[in-house]
Structures are given as structure tokens and as C-alpha cells.
Design a protein around this ligand. Structure first.
Ligand SMILES: Nc1ncnc2c1ncn2[C@@H]1O[C@H](COP(=O)(O)OP(=O)(O)OP(=O)(O)O)[C@@H](O)[C@H]1O
Ligand SMILES: [Mg+2]
Length: 164
């Protein structure tokens, strides 16, 4: 009886971790694709997270030219982040296609794609560690000098140094 509640919590956490480990892999080619430019295009894109939740995006078409800035404006829950996540390749579209430099995202090698796209999430998570360690999270061998250089490039160096 003492541990009944804790077991339920552990069960939920293990379930969430398993869902990530068991999620289907995104299938991508092993060869570099030849991209025309950095233009992004969506053609009649539809998207569904889970069948039971219904379709989130219906027939979205848009063109984003190279070297331009585009803002998506709309009601909360209207699908702005869903569009950004599809462009960032976090999910595959359910219908239609997304292209980068006229090549379908599904045909672009992941390592190549990751050099083209930077994604800043709306919901950020900071680990209960120093800012330096948080920046270093994805590559633990990064030196202090490199972490500082990255912070300068991202223009957050001044903000971090001003923190208490
Ligand atoms: N992981 C998910 N699983 C299932 N449905 C989701 C998931 N994330 C978002 N949704 C649903 O997808 C729809 C579009 O959400 P999205 O986050 O793209 O909207 P948004 O326009 O970015 O909203 P906001 O202005 O609040 O950021 C919403 O109905 C939302 O509830
Ligand atoms: Mg959003």
C-alpha cells in the first residue's frame, strides 16, 4: 500500500520513455541530395499527429524564398508550430510534400538537412544545471571557449553574463 502511488508514477514515466524508444524511425536516404537553394515549399500538406485526434493541417501550400523572413500569424492551436515542426523534419507529412531547394525533405540526408535548419522551440526546457552545462548538453566534449563563442554568435552572451 505504501508504494502503490509511486508505482503508478513510475509506470507512467516508463510508458512515456518507451513511447519515444518505440517510435517509428524517419526514413531518410544515405546519400547527399543536390539542393537548388534554401527555398522552402509546402504543397497541399495535410498532417495528423494521431488518428484519433483528427487532422491538424488541411491542404497547406506556401512558398518561402531563400534569404527572406516569414512570420506565421494565427489563433492559438491553429497549427503554426505544426507547420514549423514539419519544416524542421520532426514529423513526416500525412499528405502532400515539403521541399527544401526543390527536393522532398524525405530525400534529404539527415546530417545534410540539420546543417540547413535551426529550430528554436516555443517550449524550452532548462536542466537544473549551470547555463554553461545546458548549452553543452548536446555535445559534452565542447570546451568552455567553444561554449562562449556559441553564446556570442547566438547573441545571448551579454544576457547570460548579466544574470545574477
Ligand atoms: N504532440 C501533439 N499531439 C497531438 N496533438 C497535438 C500535439 N501538439 C499539438 N497538437 C494539436 O495540434 C493543433 C495545432 O497545434 P499547434 O501547436 O501547431 O498550434 P499553434 O498555432 O502553434 O498554437 P500556439 O499559438 O498556441 O503556439 C492543436 O489542436 C493542438 O492541440
Ligand atoms: Mg505554437
Amino acid at each position: 500500500m505504501t508504494f502503490a502511488d509511486e508505482l503508478a508514477v513510475v509506470g507512467t514515466s516508463v510508458g512515456e520513455i518507451n513511447a519515444i524508444l518505440e517510435a517509428a524511425e524517419l526514413h531518410r536516404p544515405k546519400k547527399y541530395a543536390s539542393l537548388n537553394d534554401a527555398a522552402i515549399r509546402m504543397e497541399h500538406v495535410s498532417f495528423t499527429y494521431k488518428q484519433e485526434d483528427g487532422e491538424v493541417l488541411h491542404g497547406i501550400s506556401l512558398d518561402i524564398a531563400s534569404s527572406t523572413v516569414t512570420a506565421l500569424v494565427g489563433y492559438f492551436g491553429s497549427g503554426k508550430s505544426a507547420i514549423a515542426k514539419l519544416i524542421a523534419g520532426f514529423w513526416d507529412v500525412s499528405g502532400g510534400r515539403v521541399t527544401l531547394g526543390s527536393v522532398d525533405l524525405k530525400e534529404v540526408l539527415l546530417a545534410q538537412f540539420n546543417r540547413q535548419i535551426a529550430y528554436v522551440s516555443q517550449d524550452n526546457y532548462l536542466f537544473d544545471r549551470t547555463v554553461r552545462e545546458n548549452i553543452r548538453t548536446s555535445c559534452m566534449s565542447t570546451s568552455d571557449t567553444e561554449v562562449e563563442a556559441v553564446a556570442k554568435v547566438a547573441e545571448c552572451d551579454g544576457f547570460i553574463r548579466a544574470l545574477d
